[in-house]
Write a protein that binds this ligand. Structure first.
Ligand SMILES: [Zn+2]
Length: 77
């Protein structure tokens, strides 16, 4: 079994007015849900239900690649 964290990112709404739980900005944009599953005992991974595109792509791909990935819409399918 893999000991690495598994990340789940999901597009929830294509157009929604919401406050991003990570950066705190209010946006009218795509809304994502983000959850990382950890196999480490006694660690409760975060489950963010409202995340903006910038934050979710940055979490998944890192600051170096997220802009390119966001353009491709990798998580939007
Ligand atoms: Zn955000």
């Amino acid at each position: 079994m893999s000991r690495e964290n598994t990340r789940l990112a999901r597009l929830v709404k294509h157009r929604e007015h919401f406050k991003c739980e990570m950066c705190g900005k209010t946006k009218l944009a795509k809304m994502y849900e983000y959850r990382s599953i950890s196999f480490v005992r006694d660690y409760i991974p975060p489950h963010l239900k409202k995340m903006c595109g910038d934050c979710i792509y940055r979490e998944c791909y890192g600051t170096k690649f997220y802009k390119k990935k966001k353009k491709e819409g990798t998580l939007d399918k």
